[in-house]
Design a protein around this ligand. Structure first.
Ligand SMILES: Cc1cc2nc3c(=O)[nH]c(=O)nc-3n(C[C@H](O)[C@H](O)[C@H](O)COP(=O)(O)OP(=O)(O)OC[C@H]3O[C@@H](n4cnc5c(N)ncnc54)[C@H](O)[C@@H]3O)c2cc1C
Length: 401
């Protein structure tokens, strides 16, 4: 098999690069070993947890991917990301050139850049003050904590009432508490949401807000907006414990859009090794297909969570190409024993040129690029830039190719 571009990893970075390249007429394939960070997503994409994310680029370490891209290009790619999603059938909320706030499951506000359609973005704290809120859960569902949510909102001057719906449709799931997980419930809700919307409507007294768990619209992305049309109050959908229903649906939508553009998505396959020589990648070997050749390759294998970065007792390494990894010498300097302090190991990842060509022993591969959380220097947890790095670096690499 031969392609123009072979993308290793089918998370947010791999799919974004694949869509952008297919739109430009390249013949691409994505090999995706399994679940990715989208399956655990809050439904909100972070660009940079700062009031002015573009102004703050100058303050970032030189290793951070945004420092390599620069504030002006970051702005351009940030705008392009929203358009790419819209063409894939996903209308993200938010201004691509700024941050808003999303409501967390603890009833707090957290900065967010763009959000999936059912996740509301607020301009400021004032927008969440003084509401009368009806919080509705489903009987037996423990992964949506209504008490935390109510407590957080009451601290913001809201008045909350919590109600629980008992649906006969969920009786079978309820018999086994370990089955009461977001995705199983969402499968039931695909057929029961009309009933839920009707019951919520009849529970409503004088509340102007209703909060429901994010367990609607796994198959059909329009369900949350149809619930909103049925209930005569503002309906908010708040995150649950993973898996993330909006995140999983988004991954499926992106995959479908990619395939509709002619992309080849090799689901459940895995790149096991690569053939390289003279600073070029010639082909990769996958578990199911065998050898796949391409002119260019993109490493979008994620960080530790997705095994794009791994470690033994003394080294943090990149398993496929043995690429250079930005890291501190000696295990003792990887982490701070105080769990709550910044942890250095979270910033480790692949070293690249400013144009994201992967380095090995200081020499760039001519045709291997890295995108997303496999990149070193991100510190995405501390900086709130996870999805932003994935989208922006994938678009940057696609444009270079
Ligand atoms: C649990 C979790 C939750 C997060 N939630 C958020 C959030 O809500 N908002 C936010 O902004 N950021 C979040 N982040 C940050 C996150 O890293 C980015 O948002 C982004 O989704 C990362 O995308 P990625 O494509 O770089 O990597 P991943 O999503 O990790 O995808 C990498 C993919 O590569 C595949 N892969 C790895 N090795 C191989 C191989 N050899 N062959 C084939 N495939 C391979 C993996 O199976 C995986 O599917 C979260 C991160 C984690 C870990």
């Amino acid at each position: 098999m031969e392609f123009d571009v072979m993308i290793i990893g089918g998370g947010l970075a791999g799919l974004t690069a694949g869509l952008a390249l297919q739109e430009k007429g390249k013949r691409t394939a994505i090999v995706s070993a399994g679940q990715n960070a989208l399956h655990f997503s809050s439904g909100a994409f972070g660009l940079l947890d700062r009031e002015d994310p573009f102004g703050a680029v100058a303050e970032l370490d030189e290793d951070h991917p945004y420092a390599r891209i620069g504030a002006d290009s970051l702005r351009t790619f940030a705008e392009k990301a929203k358009g790419l999603f819209a063409r894939a059938g996903i209308e993200l909320n938010g201004n691509p050139l700024g941050n808003g706030f999303r409501l967390t499951p603890q009833g707090a506000l957290k900065r967010a850049w763009l959000t999936l359609p059912e996740v509301d973005l607020f301009p400021d704290e004032a927008a969440v003050k003084g509401h009368k809120v009806l919080i509705v859960n489903l009987l037996g569902y423990l992964d949506f904590n209504t008490s935390f949510l109510a407590l957080g909102l009451e601290k913001k001057g809201c008045t909350c009432r919590v109600e629980t719906l008992r649906l006969p449709e969920m009786e079978r799931l309820r018999q086994n508490p370990s089955e009461m997980r977001s995705v199983n419930i969402a499968r039931v809700m695909d057929n029961a949401w009309v009933k839920v919307a009707g019951e919520v409507k009849s529970l409503l007294k004088d509340e102007d807000w209703v909060i429901l768990p994010q367990v609607f619209g796994l198959r059909d992305a329009t369900v949350p907006s149809q619930i909103r049309e049925t209930v005569p109050a503002r309906v908010l959908f708040v995150g649950t414990m993973p898996p993330s229903v909006p995140g999983m649906r988004t991954q499926m939508q992106l995959k479908r859009a990619y395939e509709a553009l002619g992309g080849t998505f090799l689901m459940g396959d895995e790149v096991l090794s690569a053939e390289t020589g003279e600073a070029r990648v010639r082909s990769v070997e996958t578990r199911n297909i065998g050898r796949i050749g391409a002119k260019d390759f993109i490493l979008a294998t994620g960080s530790y969570f997705s095994k794009g970065i791994a470690s033994d007792m003394n080294h943090v390494y990149e398993p496929l190409f043995a690429a250079d990894v930005i890291q501190d010498e000696g295990r003792g300097s990887w982490y701070d024993p105080n769990f709550f302090n910044p942890q250095s190991f979270l910033s480790y990842g692949v070293a690249t040129t400013p144009g994201f060509k992967v380095l090995k022993e200081g020499v760039p591969f001519e045709n291997l690029y890295a995108a997303g959380s496999v990149l070193g220097g991100c510190r995405s947890l501390a900086l709130g830039c996870g999805a932003g790095v994935a989208l922006v670096t994938a678009l940057s690499v696609a444009e270079t190719i």
